[in-house]
Design a protein around this ligand. Structure first.
Ligand code: SF4
Ligand code: SF4
Length: 136
């Protein structure tokens, strides 16, 4: 099984070798797709886990016991682009780079291929233009 997750963890967890422990203790192959860690603040990792279902389940249980918020990415996001006012509020929360500002015309650029469907842009948009659906 191959699955992507967003991990949100508290400042005191930033120094813990969570991904190392997942690899060593649970035999899960981990690809870190993106990491946002600010000293003294919360950390966020976008990871892909590759292992059998049982190992991934145990790994997720371990993370939850360590007070890590685990968000599975099994959905897809859609955006009503024609109503966008290009305020940029969604860009700073996007962990994957799917939302960017075109610096020539200051208009939002959405690249669905890079989206990991974390849903963070949904609440960030003041006009509520994002919709999260289950992927087919
Ligand atoms: S759901 Fe929104 S915030 Fe999350 S990766 Fe996709 S575009 Fe970015
Ligand atoms: S937050 Fe909403 S209105 Fe603002 S740039 Fe993003 S999609 Fe457009």
């Amino acid at each position: 099984m191959k699955a992507k997750f967003i991990l949100n963890f508290k400042p005191d967890m930033v120094d813990k070798p969570l991904t190392y422990l997942l690899i060593k203790e649970y035999d899960i192959k981990i690809n870190i797709l993106r990491g946002i860690i600010t000293p003294g603040k919360e950390g966020r990792l976008l990871i892909e886990m590759i292992a059998d279902d049982d190992a991934i389940e145990k790994g997720l249980e371990f993370l939850r016991n360590e007070n890590v918020e685990v968000i599975p990415l099994q959905k897809k996001i859609s955006l009503r682009e024609d109503e966008c006012v290009h305020c940029g509020a969604c860009i700073s929360v996007c962990p994957s780079g799917a939302l960017e500002m075109n610096r020539e015309n200051w208009m939002l650029v959405f690249t669905p291929e890079q989206c990991v469907a974390c849903g963070l842009c949904k609440s960030a948009c003041p006009l509520r233009l994002f919709k999260l659906d289950f992927a087919e």
